[in-house]
Design a protein around this ligand. Structure first.
Ligand code: URA
Length: 429
């Protein structure tokens, strides 16, 4: 086959700050997926994009080209409006777990095609896999069946969804090119648009434990993704939310499932409940469902009922005890006063080193590993009070986790004012 372009010319064009043509973009994305453009060439192009950016037209075309390398899902046969949510990822971010059954209990269909965690942020599938028997991989027919039966499904995204992104994301990960906003936005949105829900709410995190620690960059990413969604006919909206401190009091896999079940039972930490309900209201608004307060699904047990049916439909036993770590190590306050810092990044890295996360895609995670928080910034503690409990199967991991926590947790004199990001920092409509 005669190729219409040479990869080196496309690289040079972006290197020299020219706008790529639609035909160049279509070709380079497809040719890379076919293996005609080599990894080193795509790496050079990704770096040129990181350094020189892309115009809006280029980003839209790049996203469409990535979608067109795979399949598009179709939920139009469902009797309910479909709405989806995506979080850019954070420490203790288990919001998807209570959110999907809540929104389904309100009458929407929520297809959540999720991923596994890499690095210090956890993955939804890793968390759910700590439930005995629960299965992440479903065929398309099985997925539709669970969705039809329960209103929600959380499962692994199949290989057919934007395969160009799968290949490109792995390459970006090892070439220092993950942080390019055009590439992040097109990566996330190609999968979400291919997924085919009618509405999409984005939770773009900012703060030390987020991918975009700078709020201005988080807003730019949110604006780019909302534009991409709308251009593709998906009603899209974004909240920019805090990730300077972990969400809730549990960071890990089984411990985050347990905390999510507490929320579904009508309890749970205030920040997890608040963010879950905020996102639920946005999703219901996009789905055009009015007259129902999502909080009522927590008090009347209907969200818990959907959760139990969703878990059972995928082979899980919602009543089975969750795996627990074999060993624990408690970190206590050395002075009394007010907690001024519980840094999300330090705690995320600690949980990862305890076995809750993976360094390479192929690694297994330890279901019971993680970190429990006993206090949050602003709380008063006395000398000797527990601040964190570290959970692992092997005690040798505790020293490594403690290293990651150096400077991550601070207690100041009583009366110290603390600086925290508000839970919701902004929104993009
Ligand atoms: N998540 C994705 O799916 N893609 C990115 O580029 C970054 C985060």
């Amino acid at each position: 086959m005669v190729e219409p372009f040479a990869a080196v010319d496309v690289i040079k064009a972006k290197r020299d700050r020219h706008e790529l043509t639609g035909a160049q973009i279509d070709w380079v994305v497809r040719a890379y997926t076919r293996g005609v453009v080599a990894d080193e060439q795509m790496a050079a192009l990704a770096m040129a994009i990181l350094l020189n950016g892309m115009t809006n037209d280029e980003i839209v075309r790049w996203t469409t080209a990535m979608i067109d390398t795979g399949v598009r899902m179709d939920f139009s046969s469902l009797p309910r409006p479909t709405v989806d949510k995506h979080s850019t990822g954070g420490v203790g971010d288990k919001i998807t777990l209570p959110l999907v059954p809540i929104v389904a209990a309100c009458g929407a269909a929520v297809p959540q095609l999720s991923g596994r965690g890499l690095g210090h942020t956890g993955g939804t599938l890793d968390k759910l896999e700590s439930i005995p028997g629960w299965r992440a991989s479903l065929s398309n027919d099985e997925m539709m069946e669970v969705l039809r039966e329960t209103g929600g499904v959380i499962c692994a995204a199949g290989d057919g969804l934007a395969p160009a992104d799968r290949k490109l994301y792995a390459l970006r990960d090892v070439t220092g090119t993950v942080e390019a906003i055009p590439l992040i936005a097109s990566s996330i949105m190609s999968k979400k648009i291919a997924e085919g829900a009618g509405g999409l709410v984005l939770d773009v995190k900012t703060g030390s434990g987020a991918f975009m620690s700078d709020p201005a960059k988080a807003r730019e990413l949110a604006e780019t993704m909302v534009r991409l969604g709308k251009d593709a006919g998906v009603t899209t909206r974004a909240l920019i939310t805090a990730m300077d401190v972990p969400l809730g009091l549990a960071v890990g896999n089984a411990v985050e499932v347990a905390e999510s079940v507490e929320v579904l039972a009508g309890g749970g930490p205030a920040d997890v409940v608040e963010l879950t309900l905020l996102l639920a209201r946005e999703m219901l608004d996009l789905a055009g469902i009015t007259g129902i307060d999502p909080a009522s699904t927590l008090s009347d047990g209907s969200a818990m009922d959907v959760w139990r049916r969703m878990i059972a439909a995928q082979g899980g036993d919602p009543d089975a005890p969750l795996p627990a770590a074999r060993e624990s190590d408690v970190i206590r306050a050395e002075t009394g006063g007010v907690v001024t810092r519980m840094d999300a990044m330090g705690i995320g890295v600690a949980a990862w080193r305890l076995g809750a996360g993976r360094a390479r895609k192929e690694d297994a995670v330890v279901a019971g590993a993680g970190v429990l928080l006993h206090a949050k910034p602003g709380d008063h503690v006395s000398v000797g009070d527990p601040l964190l409990t570290l959970l692992a199967d092997e005690p040798a991991r505790f020293a490594l986790a403690r290293e990651a926590l150096d400077g991550a947790v601070e207690v100041g004199p009583a009366g110290t004012t603390i600086e925290r990001l508000p839970l919701v920092i902004g929104r993009v409509d």
